[in-house]
Design a protein around this ligand. Structure first.
Ligand SMILES: C[S@@+](CC[C@H](N)C(=O)[O-])C[C@H]1O[C@@H](n2cnc3c(N)ncnc32)[C@H](O)[C@@H]1O
Length: 206
C-alpha cells in the first residue's frame, strides 16, 4: 500500500518518463558515476541496486562496466524504459525494498531521496541499510544546501512534486546515524546552474 507521497510522485514521473529518457546526462553527473565506479572497482563489487532509477541510464552505465545491476523505481513507466534497455528492473518503492537483508554490494541513489519527507527519511535509510551487505557501499546524490521541504509551487510536473533539502551538516548528521561517511563532496551551484548545490556522498554500511 503506497502512501500519498509515493502515489503523487509516481504519477508525476509516469507522465515525464519519455521526455526524461530523451534528455542527455550532464557532464557533472557523468563524473559522479565515475567517482563511485572507482570505489566499487577497488572493492571488487559484483552487484549494484539502483533505487529511484528513473529511465535507467545510470544502471546501464554500471551494467556496461560489468556490474550485476537491478533497477527499481516507484514509476511503472520508468521501469518499462529500464526494461527496454535490457536492464533487470522492477517497480518498487524504496520505502519497502523487496529483497532479503544484505543482498547487494552497493547501492546507487541519484536525486531520488530528495522526494522523501524529513519525517520519513530515517525509515528509508534504515531500509537501504538493511539490503546492503556489511561493509557495502551506498552512493547518495541530492540537491541541497539549505534545510527546507514542501511542494515546489513553480514545478511544471503534475502533480507538482514534493522536495526535501538539507544543509551539509544536517545531512551528514542524519547519514552518520546509519553509515560511515567515506566521501562527501559538494558540486557548486555554478556548475549545476540552479538555486541549490549538489551533495555527493559515499557511505559504508557498518
Ligand atoms: C529526479 S528523478 C531521478 C531519476 C534518476 N535517478 C536520474 O538521476 O535520472 C527521481 C526518481 O525517483 C523516483 N522515486 C521517487 N520516489 C520514489 C520512491 N518512494 N521509491 C522509488 N522511486 C521513487 C521517481 O519515480 C523518479 O524516477
Amino acid at each position: 500500500m503506497k502512501n500519498t507521497f509515493e502515489t503523487n510522485i509516481m504519477e508525476s514521473y509516469n507522465k515525464k518518463a519519455s521526455e526524461r529518457d530523451s534528455s542527455n546526462v550532464q557532464d557533472w553527473k557523468v563524473k559522479e558515476r565515475e567517482v563511485f565506479l572507482r570505489y566499487i572497482k577497488a572493492e571488487k563489487h559484483n552487484s549494484l541496486l539502483e533505487i529511484g532509477a528513473g529511465t535507467g541510464k545510470d544502471s546501464l552505465f554500471f551494467k556496461e562496466q560489468g556490474l550485476h545491476t537491478f533497477s527499481t523505481d516507484v514509476s511503472p513507466e520508468m521501469i518499462q524504459l529500464c526494461k527496454e534497455k535490457g536492464l533487470s528492473a522492477d517497480v518498487m518503492s524504496f520505502y519497502n525494498l523487496d529483497f532479503p537483508g544484505g543482498q547487494f554490494d552497493s547501492i546507487w541513489a541519484l536525486n531520488c531521496l530528495l522526494h522523501v519527507p524529513k519525517a520519513d527519511i530515517k525509515g528509508v535509510l534504515k531500509e537501504i541499510k538493511r539490503v546492503v551487505k556489511p561493509s557495502g557501499l551506498f552512493y547518495l546524490g541530492v540537491y541541497g544546501g539549505e534545510n527546507s521541504e514542501g511542494i515546489w509551487e513553480g514545478d511544471h510536473y503534475t502533480p507538482k512534486r514534493f522536495f526535501s533539502f538539507f544543509d551539509d551538516e544536517s545531512l551528514k548528521d542524519i547519514l552518520s546515524e546509519f553509515f560511515l561517511i567515506e566521501y562527501f563532496n559538494v558540486v557548486p551551484k555554478e556548475t549545476i546552474g540552479g538555486k541549490f548545490h549538489f551533495q555527493s556522498v559515499i557511505l559504508r554500511n557498518q
